[in-house]
Design a protein around this ligand. Structure first.
Ligand code: SF4
Ligand code: SF4
Length: 172
């Protein structure tokens, strides 16, 4: 797994143009059953991929914290939201609350999240590959394939299995 993680930035870079073209077409004419297709691809991939053997998202990028996330996690630590914010978070250039530093302070050496039950919504949903209307988050996915091995594999599977040319409907 680690070897694949190390190679991901280069692999993703090599596939970037191909992926971009694919997502442009996907956005223009998404298949009717895209939500179902993504659910299946996501489920198949995460049956094989063990996040505890990876942890790359928590090590290299941080989630965005919503106010509700801050309230919930601060409560878990019996802290005030303002205290939690001051200790762990900062506002980025867009004004969003993000981690002060990566790897995430809540990631253990064993890749377990010490606040798993109360973790931010963005962590629960990452890498968003089972999201409805997946075509709407193509820019984010183009970035995620360089971080998340599962997202990379899912996008490769999408390209191999989703027929955006509708070739089967064409006359020869
Ligand atoms: S809160 Fe947990 S799941 Fe989210 S980045 Fe930190 S360690 Fe990972
Ligand atoms: S979501 Fe992706 S990057 Fe994060 S631990 Fe799982 S496989 Fe690794």
């Amino acid at each position: 797994m680690q070897q694949f993680i190390d190679q991901l930035p280069k692999l993703a870079k090599d596939k970037h143009n191909e992926n971009k073209k694919f997502f442009t077409k996907l956005k223009k004419k998404p298949p009717k059953k895209l939500d179902e297709i993504m659910q299946d691809l996501h489920q198949d991939e995460f049956e094989k991929t063990d996040c505890l053997a990876c942890g790359n998202c928590c090590r290299t990028t941080g989630p965005l914290f919503l106010d509700k996330d801050v309230e919930r996690i601060a409560k878990h630590f019996r802290m005030k939201s303002s205290q939690f914010e001051a200790q762990y978070l900062r506002r980025d250039e867009d004004g969003d609350l993000v981690l002060q530093e990566t790897p995430c302070a809540f990631l253990g050496d064993d890749n377990y999240c010490s606040i798993y039950d109360v973790r931010p919504k963005a962590c629960r949903e990452y890498p968003h590959t089972d999201r409805k209307k997946f075509q709407q988050i193509s820019d984010l996915t183009l970035k995620n394939v360089a971080i998340c091995p599962a997202a990379y594999n899912i996008v490769e599977k999408m390209k191999a299995t989703i027929d955006l040319e509708h070739k089967s409907n064409r006359r020869a």
